[in-house]
Ligand binder design. Sequence first.
Ligand code: HEM
Ligand code: HEM
Length: 174
Amino acid sequence: MRNGYHLSQIVMHWFIALLLPIQYLTGGSIERTHHAVHMGMQPASSDILQHTIHNYAGLLIGAAMVLRLLLRVLQPPSPRKRLKGQHLAAALLHGSMYVAIIFQAALGVVASYVTFAVAPLHVIGSNVILAVVGLHFVAAAWHTLVRRDATLDRMMLPRSDQPRTWTVKNAKTT
Ligand code: HEM
Ligand code: HEM
């Protein structure tokens, strides 16, 4: 039986990880767009395009993160051996990524469609996400390069619930 996460959670993990940088590349266009409008000028078409991409990619990230959290509750990953302190640190870090990203997408929606007053919180949120994802990346690199354990495999190779001997056992009895 292979340890780790189900295929659906692995696909969504890497899908979100690929989309996230888009938010940092396009986020600055929103201020430029608003600034141009306030100055009575026509915003650059590239900024309008980036603004649109930011909103839709952000909505997709938020929805994917909620779905992933639901999948995780329904299909928890197989447990792994860790020291108590390490287990707590990983749980806190992983939990904070779910909370920060879902909250960030919700704040973006409020800033865009309800009131721009919450925009400064969205900017703070983007820095918080950078910090927690940065820590997460360092932890993954430490497991892979220093500890040389199979942590990364848990998020690369889908979990198999069937014991590996299943086919062999059945082949013998039939
Ligand atoms: C998890 C997903 C998201 C991330 C990581 C993210 C990240 C960012 C970043 C890095 C900026 C630029 C901040 C700066 O100027 O320093 C930004 C700005 C902004 N984002 Fe997002 N965003 C996300 C989702 C969304 C969504 C879903 C919407 C709306 C539907 C949205 C609306 C905005 C708005 C209105 C601004 C302008 C804020 C300002 O200039 O003060 N964002 N976002
Ligand atoms: C190259 C970058 C990344 C690498 C190498 C990586 C690697 C991993 C690995 C190996 C795990 C499994 C940890 C374990 O089983 O103990 C994991 C879990 C996780 N990753 Fe990443 N990750 C990356 C980027 C991201 C990004 C950008 C996000 C932001 C959404 C993210 C969010 C998460 C979350 C929330 C979990 C916990 C899953 C759960 O238990 O529900 N990761 N990651």
